[in-house]
Ligand binder design. Structure first.
Ligand code: PLP
Length: 423
């Protein structure tokens, strides 16, 4: 973009106003400008969203859609949740950013509420899911050296093939997706990968240097892969037996998404550390955290780790309001019941086009036969029917609506999905 165009948009924004400028842009202009000025690290679908409410969004032409991507499961509370907006507005009249150089009661109650809800002893606030995972890796290594007695710089962490934990250099170093790694090396050592869902492989990979096992309880971005029954509990037993920390990455599966507060609760496989994010931001802003035992989180000393924005008062009240809403509304039970209902409506699709319908709670994947095309091929048909979905790992379409979506809305949405996929 030329300097002249840049100047002109700033001049227009200054004279016409931000919202007037935004509202004045057409569907085509929005896509053209985005592609000109935004690096192409995503391949968005052909929708320009202007407004959201509950499970719905509207586009530039006023067309209404069910938002089944739900910001990759971050929209547990739906768009513009009234309670959360009220809390955020109130806090925005008090104080928003302080830094951890001072104390705030907002952060204290946030982390106390988070610990109670997740049955944890301590917490550390961050912003994105990636940062939470990075933080957990640092904590696990520190525990390995200080407590387990692993030799300096030799700590290993066991991960799974097909994982997705974020996009930082250390996290992509143990990704099994070649595109995530290509051109981004060199990578830090210390990560070992085993097949997902194979507890025996986890145990065989353990050495005296193993500090932790880091896994998603369901591989969400990997294609909504649910491990065999008993896997979570077996990994817990293995970690305990070998004095290895268990870290569940619940950034996507946490906060009722799978029909339990946290997915490890399906098998009572309580971790030593858990990474959280997405829904913790209540659909308003990035809020993440690591929670776990005092024996691990208590190892950090001032200066070991930090974040300018982590635990700021605005994020803290939004985070605690997000938890209170899930707790009061018993959203775990609701997501379990509604997830079963939704999957039941999609199951009859299994046939020549659809290979599998799977998932837990309201994290549902519909896998297509390769002969039928890729997930992306079906997105335009779903859009025609008023449903926004996204392919995850080529063949699987993701359906992850807000957790308080009603039965009637599920029935309506499922009818649309069936019409789009049966054709
Ligand atoms: N961990 C899991 C399990 C995820 O699904 C994601 C994002 O999809 C992340 C970590 C990274 O979170 P963020 O994109 O907020 O950095």
């Amino acid at each position: 973009m030329s300097t002249a165009t840049k100047t002109s948009i700033l001049g227009k924004l200054a004279s016409d106003g931000i919202f007037e400028t935004v509202d004045g842009m057409t569907h085509e202009e929005t896509i053209r400008l985005t592609n000109e000025v935004c690096a192409h690290n995503y391949h968005p679908i052909d929708v320009v969203v202007t407004r959201g409410q509950g499970p719905f969004v509207w586009d530039k032409n006023g067309k209404k859609y069910y938002d089944m991507v739900g910001c990759y499961s971050a929209l547990a509370h739906g768009h513009l949740n009234e309670d959360l907006i009220a809390v955020a507005n109130k806090q925005m009249e008090r104080v928003t950013l302080t830094s951890r150089a001072v104390y705030t009661a907002e952060m204290a109650v946030f982390l106390a509420g988070l610990c109670e809800y997740s049955d944890s002893e301590m917490a550390l606030p961050m912003n994105s899911g990636t940062e939470a995972v990075e933080t957990a890796i640092k904590l696990a290594r520190k525990w390995g050296y200080r407590v387990k007695g692993v030799a300096d710089d030799k700590a290993e962490i066991i991960t799974a093939e097909g994982n997705f934990h974020g996009r930082s250099i250390s996290i992509i170093s143990f990704s099994s997706d070649p595109q995530y790694r290509e051109d981004f090396g060199p990578f830090p050592p210390g990560f070992v990968s085993v097949p997902f869902g194979d507890a025996g492989a986890v145990e065989r990979a353990i050495t005296p240097n193993t500090a932790a096992v880091l896994l998603e309880p369901i591989e969400a971005e990997g294609g909504i892969i649910v491990p065999p029954d008993g896997f979570l509990a077996e990994v817990r037993r293995i970690c305990t037996r070998h004095n290895v920390l268990l870290i569940w990455d619940e950034v996507q599966t946490g906060f009722c998404r799978t029909g339990r507060r946290f997915a490890w609760q399906w098998e009572d496989a309580k971790p030593d550390l858990m990474t959280l994010g997405k829904a913790l931001g209540g659909g308003l802003m990035p809020v993440s955290a690591v929670v776990g035992t005092r024996a691990v989180l208590g190892l950090l000393r001032p200066g070991d780790h930090g974040s300018t924005f982590g635990g700021n008062p605005l994020a803290s009240v939004i985070g605690v309001a997000a938890i209170v809403d899930l707790y009061q509304g018993k959203l775990d039970e609701l997501a379990d019941a509604n997830g079963r209902f939704f999957k039941g409506l999609l199951h009859p699709l299994i046939g020549p086009i659809v290979k599998d319908v799977r998932g837990k709670g309201l994290l549902i994947g519909v896998e297509l036969h390769e002969s039928a095309g890729t997930g992306r091929d079906f997105i335009p048909r779903l859009l025609e029917e008023g449903v926004i979905s996204k392919d995850t790992h080529h063949q699987t379409l993701r359906f992850a609506p807000p957790l308080d979506i009603t039965r009637e809305q599920i029935e309506d949405a499922a009818g649309r999905i069936v019409r789009a996929l049966a054709r």
